[in-house]
Design a binder for this molecule. Structure first.
Ligand SMILES: Cc1cc2nc3c(=O)[nH]c(=O)nc-3n(C[C@H](O)[C@H](O)[C@H](O)COP(=O)(O)OP(=O)(O)OC[C@H]3O[C@@H](n4cnc5c(N)ncnc54)[C@H](O)[C@@H]3O)c2cc1C
Length: 300
């Protein structure tokens, strides 16, 4: 485990935006949770932020006044298998792509998720998914560190109350009270050639429809009335620029940085879009990307 101070956060996020964190702790082993300095930090758990791959997070330009806990636990193992299913256990800092590769080697299908950036911990916390499937669909159980009790617990799906791109772990009553240590998933067995060909399709679809660059993916959740990107496109937000932030030409719901964007640019552009979409269509766009103030609270 490693303790660092005044640590720049931008490079830990896919947006590449944000100032420095007062304290930055890298976690690699279960024993790290019982380190006396770390235990002291956890006593002030309202001042922590748990970071996975940073692909759904925008830190404040002023950084973070507290401790960022960076999950760098990446082990993946097979728990059991039969001719139909394979059960794997992934530590929360494991990235999606290595999990996909591990599964494929075992003829187990994780292809729907293969193109989502970030870690399995982040994916579980936010119930990441693609149109036809969410992580909650293949989830069995997770090991969490219970910060108050200072012990590891095992929980199943009822703990999380998964809904579209959200779990209870992000609600006020559970946020910052638990840290995901590992996630157990049940995958369907499938022919490796089929897995490869489906993954190729997912990749092609991404390449065709989504831009590559500094972004957090879909910026707004899809409202009930339709796709957020469709409303943004109709309101001519494609390529709309504000400071260093802009909506992609390729996909209107991809808010990007040109490399110079500040969080301020991103929030201002978000508000311009929300106001216009509401005025034009009566539709409220809710953010999917988590934009944080310097105390870790979600900004408006
Ligand atoms: C190009 C691009 C495409 C994307 N496409 C998709 C897509 O198709 N579908 C989709 O759902 N998302 C998509 N995303 C968004 C993002 O990749 C997902 O939300 C991803 O699951 C976030 O994982 P992360 O590890 O990066 O999370 P982070 O951004 O690091 O964290 C996200 C949240 O999870 C919490 N968290 C992370 N790890 C833990 C842990 N161990 N314990 C407790 N809480 C934790 C954090 O505190 C934070 O609240 C895309 C993003 C990009 C940049």
């Amino acid at each position: 485990m490693k303790f660092e101070y005044n640590k720049p956060l931008a490079k830990y996020t896919t947006f590449r935006v944000g100032g420095n964190s007062d304290i930055f702790v890298t976690i690699e082993k279960k024993e790290d949770f019982y380190n006396p300095i770390f235990s002291e930090i956890l006593k002030n758990s309202e001042n922590i932020f748990i970071l996975g791959g940073g692909s759904n997070t925008v830190f404040s330009d002023n950084g973070f006044r507290g401790t960022v806990i960076y999950m760098n636990n990446r082990n993946i193992e097979k728990v059991s298998e039969n001719s139909e299913k394979c059960i794997i256990k992934c530590e929360s800092g494991a990235q999606i792509m290595p999990i996909f590769m591990f599964a494929k080697k075992n003829s187990a299908d994780f292809s729907p998720f293969s193109t989502i950036p970030g870690t399995i911990g982040g994916a579980l916390a936010g119930n990441a998914g693609v149109p036809k499937m969410e992580i909650s669909d293949i989830f069995i159980e997770a090991e969490l560190f219970d910060i108050e009790k200072q012990e590891f617990i095992t929980v199943d799906t009822t703990f999380f109350n998964f809904v579209y791109r959200h779990s209870d772990l992000q609600s006020d009553n559970k946020k910052n009270k638990y840290i995901i240590w590992s996630v157990t998933l049940q995958l369907q067995k499938r022919d490796i050639a089929e897995i490869e060909s489906e993954t190729k399709e997912y990749l092609e679809m991404r390449k065709q429809k989504q831009p590559f660059g500094k972004t957090g993916g879909s910026f707004f959740k899809n409202p009930q009335q339709g796709a957020a990107g469709m409303f943004l496109d109709k309101a001519e937000f494609k390529n709309y620029k504000h400071g260093g932030a802009f909506f992609s030409e390729k996909h209107a719901n991809f808010l990007m940085s040109d490399g110079t964007a500040t969080q301020k640019d991103i929030i201002e552009l978000q508000k311009i879009a929300q106001t216009k979409i509401f005025e034009q269509f009566g539709v409220t766009l809710e953010r999917e990307v988590r934009v944080l103030d310097e105390f870790g609270k979600l900004t408006q």
